[in-house]
Design a protein around this ligand. Structure first.
Ligand code: SAJ
Length: 447
């Protein structure tokens, strides 16, 4: 099948689609294309996930507005069917790949899942099919990995027997469908004609700007947009550390800096977690020539990874000021998700903090209103604790009257990693308070 014929099949929606990888990206993607009228085959290696989807049930955790209803709808209309059998892909005209692309402890990309998909897809790949990688990958991965592996496994030739593109996703937990529909996308084709055909496909589901380009540019854009955010968060974190040392309040500094035209200083905090910000900067630099060594992006990662450990330092300091030995401490860690008002714990900075505090001999109690095993009334859950460390700015912590603590708990230490508190509203006689980016509490008490 030639590209013009494929484009025609896309435009009259007779093209048969597939999505490989039915996780928090692939499943909503499959539902969206089914919603607009394509027949979509979903492929995953987890049989129970496939079975759940074919029953119209979503395996995605967390609150995803509209997803459960949409999935039930498109499965009921037989527009979406899931399978573990790659042979079912033999009649598919367009195949989207949405599998995990993690990094290892050495910050190197791990493409085992992607390679496995390409090796299994090749033998059943239909003549003239279009394969689109939506997963986030390091620049040059399409050219140096996806293309050779797929040509080898399919015994087909690019742009003769199949077509290839890269269209990174820009989803966020909690807004999966909304982001798929209303956030612009970069559409990278191995040829400009392929990019145009991809545009005609994505026009059905994206109600936002589609920017066509080549694959390398698409790979660089996706990893850069998250590296950009990581570097900017690291800048805010380093200014916070300077403020602690100098004796200023970084939150006041940030507010005044951002009054200067063209400034937009982000929020310092207890660390940077999640599924993409800690990973994508490493993907961006993964394939650069060894004679060029990026400095800023790795340094930003180091600063941000250091923030949970800085919270440990602040906690130990607060204990000392309170006259509480670490062995006598019972520390409440407030917030275990990586983001406020979320139940997603991937790369949670709190995990680093808890492990370090336990290594130091502290007894740690975790509370998080969004995580089943850590839910409960704050006062009940933290009874007997004499140290409270705020790691996540869940709304419930912002509205809690922390002065109540000292009634039940006596003299306590409060370490604020997310500017949840205004120290002017805290009774510093009964609470030793310290925070990321603020002068030390003893200086406050002296002022
Ligand atoms: N964080 C800070 N300071 C900030 C912002 C975030 O410390 O000023 C921390 C958060 O607490 C969290 C981590 O960084 O631990 C990541 O937060 P995030 O707001 O960046 O949320 P993510 O990880 O869900 O990032 C996603 C990304 N979206 C996609 O990859 C499609 C990112 O590109 C978006 O910029 C971000 O959402 C968003 O909120 O827009």
């Amino acid at each position: 099948m030639t590209l013009p014929i494929l484009q025609q099949k896309i435009e009259n929606q007779t093209a048969k689609l597939a999505v490989i990888g039915l996780g928090y990206v692939g499943l909503p993607v499959a539902c969206e294309f089914a919603r607009v009228g394509f027949h979509v085959l979903g492929v995953d290696i987890i049989q129970e996930r496939v079975d759940e989807i074919n029953r119209g049930l979503s395996p995605i955790e967390g609150d995803e507005p509209g997803l459960t209803e949409l999935l039930e709808d498109v499965v009921g209309q037989r527009k979406l069917h899931a399978t573990t059998n790659y042979a079912d892909l033999k009649d598919r005209d367009v195949i989207l790949i949405d599998v995990e692309t993690p990094i290892d402890d050495d910050h190197q990309p791990r493409y085992e899942a992607l390679r496995a998909v390409l090796n299994d897809l090749g033998p059943v790949l239909k003549d003239g099919a279009l394969v689109i990688v939506e997963s986030t990958i390091a620049p040059r991965t399409m050219q140096d990995l996806v293309l050779p592996v797929l040509e080898e496994s399919s015994s087909k030739r690019l742009n003769q027997d199949f077509f290839l593109g890269n269209c990174p996703e820009r989803v966020m937990p909690g807004k999966l469908l909304a982001n798929l529909r209303y956030v612009s996308r970069v559409v990278g084709g191995m040829t400009s004609e392929t990019a145009e055909t991809m545009m005609s496909l994505y026009k059905y589901v994206v109600d936002a700007k589609l920017d066509s380009t080549d694959c390398v540019t698409a790979e660089v854009v996706k990893t850069t947009e998250n590296a950009y955010r990581d570097v900017n968060i690291a800048f805010a974190n380093e200014v916070a550390l300077i403020c602690e040392d100098i004796g200023a309040n970084v939150w006041e500094v940030r507010e005044l800096v951002n009054k200067s035209p063209g400034r937009n200083m982000l929020f310092p905090g207890a660390g940077v977690g999640g599924h993409c910000i800690p990973k994508d900067p490493w993907l961006l630099v993964a394939n650069v020539a060894k004679d060029f060594e990026p400095l800023l992006i790795p340094a930003a990662r180091s600063i941000n990874d250091g923030m949970p450990l800085h919270m440990v330092d602040l906690t130990v300091e607060a204990l000392r000021e309170c006259g509480i030995g670490i062995d006598d401490s019972r520390i409440a860690v407030l917030g275990y998700a990586y983001l406020e008002n979320s139940d997603d714990t991937r790369n949670s900075p709190s995990k680093v903090l808890v492990e370090r505090l336990q290594d130091l001999g502290a007894e740690v109690v975790i509370h998080d209103p969004y995580i089943t095993e850590y839910q409960g009334d704050i006062m009940e859950a933290t009874r007997g604790c004499n140290v409270f460390v705020i790691m996540v700015a869940h709304d419930v912590y912002r509205s809690f009257d922390w002065n109540d603590l000292s009634i039940d708990h006596g003299k306590v230490a409060l370490i604020d990693g997310r500017n949840v508190f205004n120290p002017d509203q805290i009774n510093l006689q009964s609470i030793c308070y310290c925070a990321v980016g603020r002068r030390k509490s003893n200086e406050q008490q002296d002022k």
